[in-house]
Design a protein around this ligand. Structure first.
Ligand SMILES: Cc1cc2nc3c(=O)[nH]c(=O)nc-3n(C[C@H](O)[C@H](O)[C@H](O)COP(=O)(O)OP(=O)(O)OC[C@H]3O[C@@H](n4cnc5c(N)ncnc54)[C@H](O)[C@@H]3O)c2cc1C
Length: 430
């Protein structure tokens, strides 16, 4: 039987990582994507670089990431933080395509105009081409059409300004403002970026934006430090929505959403690429299960949907905690709106042994979604299956059944006992 053909819409990090994962599982994959239409630079941490390498996107990295020194002015404090890597998104996106070609993925360049679900999927491009696939991956980022959203943060816009200044060492900086925050970067070749993020409803009209942004730069000490006089002139401006959005449904029997198309986070957390990779790394196994084991479709869909929702909430709360750190602007509307969204729950729930349970949940086993007994805690509602290769459910079941810790662990090697005792103590077991 021929392998079912998979179409991936969008060749950003999420689409590329999903396509490469699917190729590794042996599927024929076609990625359809338009080029990014504007120049942008984004900041990423070393953790993101590791994630990109792990996803088979090492070439893209080597091409596009440069280390930069970083300054932060937040809540009245000024600090020089270690390092941030600056990613030239146009170069990065070009190099992602080279990684895709090397992995044996077919790449079609073009703009998707229409997607029809007709016992399979038909994708029509603006140039008239028609592509067919058995399974569809929606990875067009924030441009992916959205039928409904499940959760949406305060409406936010980022104004990205680009101009050329003197060449110099790569550097970046971030600062809080009364009505938002600004991120800025200078590349070695003199390209300069300044991006201000504000409430969407407080902006002047489009024609006035370059002058408005230049005026705002003139009041910033960090701008004066990082850039030369050209920073005070009106520059090219590109407006992007940066509202945090969780899509209503992220998976069906023969389609799935990944990356920003499934959940787009606030850029303040600086984790967009990381979260888009996180959702893409699990996708090939979910798709493999939907295609090969349709009887497990419910389990596979539950796995994808719940993980997307959990990731979204985690990153939304992480963003909120950055807003909360800005103590000097608590009363300002921009900050007040974001310091309590999405909720007031802590990033991590306190450990409490009485909440620890054993339950059946979807897990990933041998390239498929399967069901297994896992340990559910207040902080890990989706469950923990293994701890460094050791299944936790039998241990917790033994303790909940009234066994003493010595009796439950006695046949296990010493190092394992030590690790399990430590983990149990962290869960509040006494
Ligand atoms: C203002 C702002 C600042 C950000 N700063 C950072 C940062 O500093 N660090 C960070 O890690 N993340 C940052 N992000 C987030 C990051 O850009 C995204 O999370 C990440 O790129 C999402 O990857 P993706 O693959 O899901 O989508 P994308 O990277 O958006 O890729 C989608 C692809 O689909 C293509 N496409 C779209 N529509 C069509 C169509 N109709 N037909 C064909 N192709 C199409 C696009 O051309 C693109 O190639 C920022 C986001 C915003 C909005």
């Amino acid at each position: 039987m021929p392998e079912p053909h998979i179409l991936v819409l969008g060749a950003g990090p999420a689409g590329a990582a999903t396509a490469i994962g699917l190729r590794r599982l042996g599927y024929p994959v076609t990625v359809v994507s338009d080029w990014r239409r504007f120049a942008a630079v984004e900041g990423v941490s070393p953790r993101v670089l590791d994630g990109l390498r792990h996803a088979g996107l090492g070439e893209a990295l080597a091409e596009a990431a440069v280390p930069a020194t970083r300054q932060v002015r937040w809540s009245g404090q000024h600090s020089h933080l270690n390092q941030e890597f600056l990613l030239d998104r146009q170069r990065f996106d070009r190099a992602l395509r080279d990684d895709l070609a090397r992995a044996g993925v077919t790449l079609v360049q073009g703009r998707v105009r229409e997607v029809a679900h007709v016992g399979g999927h038909e994708v029509r491009l603006e140039d008239g081409q028609l592509l067919r696939g058995r399974f569809l991956v929606e990875a067009r980022g924030r441009q992916a059409p959205l039928a409904a959203d499940r959760l949406r943060g305060p409406e936010t816009v980022s104004l990205l300004n680009l101009w050329h200044g003197e060449p110099g060492d790569p550097a970046s900086a971030v600062e809080s403002l009364d009505d938002g925050w600004a991120w800025m970067a200078r590349l070695a070749d003199g390209r300069c970026y300044w991006q201000v993020t504000l409430d969407a409803e407080r902006l002047p009209g489009k024609a006035a934006l370059p002058g408005y942004c230049a005026e705002r730069r003139s009041t910033s000490a960090l701008v004066a430090e990082l850039f030369d006089q050209r920073a005070l002139e009106a520059a090219q401006v590109h407006a992007r929505s940066s509202t945090a959005i969780l899509a209503g449904e992220c998976v069906g029997d023969d389609w799935l959403r990944v990356g920003d198309a499934a959940m787009a986070v606030d850029p303040l957390s600086g984790n967009g690429i990381f979260q888009s990779l996180s959702s893409a790394l699990q996708a090939p196994v979910v798709i493999n299960t939907l295609l090969r084991r349709p009887e497990r479709a419910g389990l596979a869909k539950q796995f994808h949907q719940q993980r997307i929702e959990q990731l979204f909430l985690r990153f939304a709360r992480l963003g909120r905690d950055f807003y909360i750190q800005e103590l000097t602007r608590v009363g300002q509307p921009f900050w007040a709106r974001r310091q309590g969204w999405p909720d007031n729950q802590p990033m991590h729930q306190a450990a409490a042994w009485q909440t620890v349970q054993v339950a059946r949940r979807p897990v990933l086993r041998d390239g498929l979604v399967d069901e297994a007994e896992v340990v559910v805690t207040a902080d890990q509602p989706l469950g923990i299956w293994h701890l460094q290769g050791v299944e936790l459910a039998p241990v917790v079941r033994g303790l909940l059944g009234g066994g003493s810790i010595d009796a439950v662990l006695h046949e296990r090697p010493r190092e394992q006992q030590f690790m399990l005792r430590r983990w149990l103590a962290e869960q509040g077991y006494r």
